[in-house]
Write a protein that binds this ligand. Structure first.
Ligand SMILES: [Fe+2]
Length: 365
């Protein structure tokens, strides 16, 4: 098949602050962004904080209902929740202003003496509220209304999240790395398999066979292949030995999904779930948060050893991806002609197409 000849994101768009600002307002504010897991938000006053392209967002449980707000006190702008997750009332640590489920400051120390705010004035100081919705255990937020609801947005991939949410209940790793690379470079590192032989010769390459099947679903994409015989055999043994809850329909398959703009997840052998987000921090840096999950099964030393080896494998693969991604980011800063995409990089081409659809002011290379 010939190389892709459609529009490709210009190299400068991987480091230009003006482009990053446009992406924040046109892509990240207007799209459903994965924010956290239902179990992190199960109890009253449980919260998670997400930085969505420069906006600190708190999702918090108020008596069983999830609500999302800008995580900035309307008094003098301190961040309200200062930890990435936890259990705490929505109360600013600076002057102890307390916000209710509508984001209204209902507790203002010394209000009568220092402010004299009545109901209307307090309502006018409500936090900016955002949409929040969940698909199974996966909680998403959207900063600006309009566009499809979450189920419509996820399309068929919502069903995959439902299944994964039921099955993969045991988190075995959860960490965040900061890469010196634009978020799009991070995303692109999971959208093609062409790099696997060169970048992952001892890790990912022997793990699968080259029978990749690509699929597309709205703004999103998917790629699946068979596990190598050695790998499938290893997984069969693990599933049996650990009594792992798994999806037999996924046996022998590695199935990877991308949900625009920055969520990636993969299911291995119907028995292992990996979830990643690539968040822009600055034009030149992104945060990769990754989490790994297994299904329920026998607890003990054997399971712990398997979990350890899965963590090690994932860490090695990510270190390899980080190395090439940071190198590509440095290189892109010097270039003024478009990257070349082969037919094997069709998911990147689709990602660029979606990006252009939301960034009308940007010229294609
Ligand atoms: Fe990779």
């Amino acid at each position: 098949m010939p190389a892709y000849t459609g529009p490709v994101i210009s190299p400068h768009a991987y480091s230009d602050p003006a482009v990053a600002g446009e992406e924040a307002s046109r892509i990240f504010r207007r799209t459903w962004i994965f924010a956290g897991l239902a179990e992190e938000l199960a109890g009253d006053n449980d919260f998670v904080v997400r930085d969505i392209a420069g906006t600190s967002v708190v999702v918090q449980n108020f008596g069983g209902e999830l609500r999302a707000f800008r995580n900035v006190c309307t008094h003098r702008f301190a961040l309200i929740q200062t930890e990435p997750c936890g259990n705490r009332r929505l109360q600013c640590p600076y002057h102890a202003w307390l916000f209710n489920r509508d984001g209204v400051p209902v507790g203002i120390p010394g209000n009568d003496a220092f402010f004299g705010f009545g109901r209307a004035e307090r309502a006018a100081l409500a936090l900016e509220r955002y949409e929040v919705d969940a698909r199974g255990r996966f909680v998403f937020v959207r900063l600006e209304g309009g566009g499809p609801d979450l189920d419509t947005w996820l399309g068929d991939y919502g069903t995959v999240l439902d299944g994964a949410g039921h099955l993969f209940t045991d988190g075995i790793d959860d960490a965040t790395q900061t890469w010196t690379a634009n978020w799009k470079i991070g995303v692109e590192s999971v959208l093609e398999v062409y790099h696997v032989d060169a970048t992952h010769p001892d890790t990912f390459k022997p793990f699968t066979v080259k029978e990749w099947q690509t699929g597309f679903c709205g703004a999103h994409s998917r790629c699946a292949t068979r596990l190598s015989d050695t790998s499938a055999h290893w997984w069969d043994g693990i599933v049996t030995r650990l009594g792992l809850a798994h999806d037999p329909g996924g046996a022998g398959v590695y199935d990877h999904y991308f949900v625009f703009p920055n969520l990636s997840f993969a299911i291995t052998h119907g028995a292992f779930f990996s979830l990643q987000t690539y968040d822009p921090l600055t034009p030149d840096r992104c945060a990769l948060r990754y989490r790994l999950f297994l299904g329920d099964g026998k607890r003990g030393a054997a399971r712990n050893a398997v979990a350890g080896s899965l963590r090690d494998f994932n860490t090695r693969v990510l270190a390899e991806d980080r190395f090439v991604s940071e190198a590509a980011h440095k290189g892109a800063r010097q270039m003024d002609r478009p990257a070349v995409l082969g037919s094997v990089e069709d998911r990147i081409a689709a990602f660029h197409g979606e990006w252009f659809g939301r960034m009308p002011a940007q010229d294609a290379c």
